[in-house]
Design a protein around this ligand. Sequence first.
Ligand code: HEC
Length: 471
Amino acid sequence: MARTRPELLALVFLACGGPPTSAPACDDGWEEVEPVFRTWCTSCHSSELEGDLRYGAPPGVDLDTLAGVRRSQAGVRAMLEAGAMPPAGGLEDADRDTLLAWLACDAPGTSVPAPLDCGVPTVVSAPEDASGLCGELALVVEGDLRLQGDLSLPCLCEVHGDLVLAGGWADLPVLERLTGSLRSEVGVTGLSAPRLVEIGRDTSLTSLTDLTEADLATLASVGGDLVLRDLPALEEVRLPLLREVGGSLALEDLPSVRAIDGEGYALRTVGGDLVLSGMPSLGGFYGFGQLQQVAGDVVIEELGGTRLDGFTVLTRIGGSLTIARHPRLVAVDGFDLLEEVGGELVVREAPSLQGHDAFASLRRVGGLRLEVLPAAVSLGLPPLESCAGDLVLRRVGVGDLVRPEGLTRIGGSLSVVDDPALEALTGWTALEEVGGDLRITDCPVLPASAAEAVAAAPAVGGTVEVARNGP
Ligand code: HEC
């Protein structure tokens, strides 16, 4: 395993009581030569290769670990001096000199310790436990790890299992990889894992009253769900490099969060749902400008701020898109390339929303529901060509609702109900088919004759109700 990071070297120096004072030629440790062996030798000479994959390299002559090289030290030196390896040649002079100089110093270096494998979860519950574990240079835990209390593990590089935070503050400055899941139990106050790149399975920090920090600044991929929910004291979500979430991504009930760092500008794919909900302190949302597809639902609910922007390259949402309950939202922008919403597009309960400059490419929806948007005077429908389910317009402030030219059939019901400002339904007499019911009621300024004309036009699968409209 490559351990070439400067801070680990720093630890070596500390362990040796200061920088080495030996001759300059012997400055190189295993960290410097390991990449050279990896480039030229370990494609055949590796403890992880067997049989044909070794291309004839004798068993036991393994050059992927310091211990392995030291075992074959004399032979390695002989081969290098003779220029006999790799068999096909090619080893660059500079690399050969580096290896020979290092061997001449008697192959100095510190091994990466063997993984800790206890067969049972490793429990670290006191600073003494932590310093006991971190006596070594770098620590890889095989199996589950449980951390209880305020702890720093400056040596922990990888966990091949689950990581459970069982209360307190966990400071994991060099943790890079976690193959299992990350879970929290009550009483967790902080998590700092500023180098963690990958989490194999689900990650959840939920219902933690006192959690004030969750630093996951380099997290790039999460195999399962990533859920931050009900964290009343958390003020910032830091996920600037997150690219990929295999399951759902949910940021929910985070009343103090004022910013999402980078607004997830790196996010490319979400395998499940994407939920942004319950963040009333957020000043507006502008993010996810790289996100192309969401397989499940997108739910954007109860956010602060006056603008919802971003999602500029998102083309497809497998499930529904719901934008709901935003007390201050004035404009929806973005969603410029969105072509398809498999489920319903719902915009609901945004009392200040005046309109949108969004959904300019949206052709296909499973349904469309615009409800309780009293200020939405400039609301238009997207250029739909297909609406598989219901199309509902209820309590919206728009004066004229123009039929998208390409929309001739509605798979479900068409309801235009309780729209106090609606004066016209331009183009709807060209509608050919409504699979379900057709309802135009309680629109006090829509001329009754106009409503009747629209209702008379298409073939209707269900019942027709036209009532309590205007003069
Ligand atoms: C393409 C595969 C391959 C690569 C790459 C390779 N070797 Fe080998 N190595 C062999 C084979 C095959 C043998 C056994 C045949 C031989 O001895 O010539 C061998 C034998 C050896 C031996 C054992 C010699 C002995 O008789 O004890 C040493 C030591 C060795 N290689 C060192 C190296 C070093 C150092 C490198 C990188 C600079 C390297 N090899 C790269 C295939 C490889």
